[in-house]
Design a protein around this ligand. Structure first.
Ligand code: KDG
Length: 328
């Protein structure tokens, strides 16, 4: 029995070292990536039991992904394996100075994009679980993935789980109108929504103050809670992080302060937020969810790679107050 069930694609992430341009690289750092796997990973680091449902090729990249997930304690027993095909890749060029970071995807036709509805034993996987989490990346991968996402969300709701959804709009995968029409249909099942004002603006045409945006979504779609993450990026390598969540009683829970960050690696920081938030929500309330989400995400910005190599003790220490002196 799991606390959390996730569904999504994992890819290999190839990053040239030392802020090199992609074209000049002679080697790559290799990381395992993927929004829902990142979140699964984060929840396991905090002590929850999480399974990640996906589809992988039984070849070295596919096994590398599953091994990395296992290493962290994410359950992969429901991953579908196929003998041939491909897992996705993405290249990540880390920016600096006035050159922004860039991501280049190479994921078309990946194993999960051909995952069919009716092929996952959702009833068995969801039984006794508390949360089903997926992001807008998964239904954007293909028509099949959209059907699988709809099926999983519907069955999770029927089984009494909380449904958690991160809009995570990817412009390379679909147009705003397609994303809008798909996500609106999913939102009627969603309890916990994660998003940003960039995504609500692009996909829904909804702008405004973050708390007002969150409130609009809670009211319109009958959500239990909507959380907006707020990033300010005064330069390529520095930023400020905060978030606000609005619950179904209309109350807003905002970060106690904006957190100043050096952006060692910001990819996966939204997924880390989701993990911290879900942990806080399941073990406390919305106020705790915001505190733990903020702490997870803030620390993630200091960690290279997509995954939140963070302990619960570090998150709790961060929640108590920032310590910047060396720990010996
Ligand atoms: O949030 C980070 C993820 O999104 C990354 O691991 C993979 O960008 C990604 C994608 O589109 O799946």
């Amino acid at each position: 029995m799991y606390d959390i069930v996730t569904l999504g694609e994992a890819m290999l992430r190839l990053t040239p070292p030392d802020h090199q341009r992609l074209e000049q690289a002679t080697s790559f750092q290799v990381n395992v990536s993927g929004s829902e796997l990142n979140t699964a990973w984060g929840t396991v680091r905090l002590g929850l039991s999480t399974t990640w449902v996906s589809r992988l090729v039984d070849n070295p990249p596919g096994r590398m992904i599953a091994n990395k997930a296992r290493e962290m304690g994410v359950d992969v027993s429901h991953v579908q394996w196929i003998p041939e095909g491909r897992v996705g890749l993405y290249y990540c060029e880390m920016g600096a100075s006035t050159r922004a970071s860039r991501v280049y995807y190479d994921r078309k036709g990946s194993a999960i994009s051909q995952m069919k509805p009716g092929t996952v034993n959702w009833e068995g996987i969801l039984e006794g679980a508390k949360v089903f989490h997926v992001s807008g990346i998964t239904p954007a991968l293909s028509a099949d993935c959209r059907a699988v996402t709809e099926e999983a969300i519907r069955m999770a709701k029927e089984a009494g789980l909380l449904v958690s959804f991160d809009i995570n709009y990817r412009s390379g995968l679909w147009l705003p109108k397609e994303a809008h029409d798909c996500i609106v249909a999913l939102l009627s099942y969603v309890d916990i929504l994660f998003t940003t004002s960039d995504d609500t603006s692009i996909v829904f045409g909804v702008d405004g103050e973050p708390a007002d945006i969150a409130r609009k979504f809670v009211d319109k779609y009958g959500l239990k809670v909507a959380a907006l993450t707020i990033r300010e990026a005064p330069s390529v390598l520095s930023g400020k992080w905060s978030s606000v969540a609005v619950a179904d009683d209309g109350q807003a829970y905002a970060s106690s302060a904006k957190i100043d960050l050096e952006l060692i690696d910001r990819i996966g920081s939204g997924d880390a937020y989701d993990a911290g938030f879900l942990y806080g929500f399941l073990t406390g309330d919305v106020a705790k969810a915001v505190r733990y989400g903020d702490a997870m995400s803030a620390i993630k910005h200091s960690v290279p790679g997509d995954h939140a190599w963070i302990t619960l003790e570090e998150v709790e220490a961060h929640v108590e107050g920032l310590r910047t002196k060396i720990v010996r």
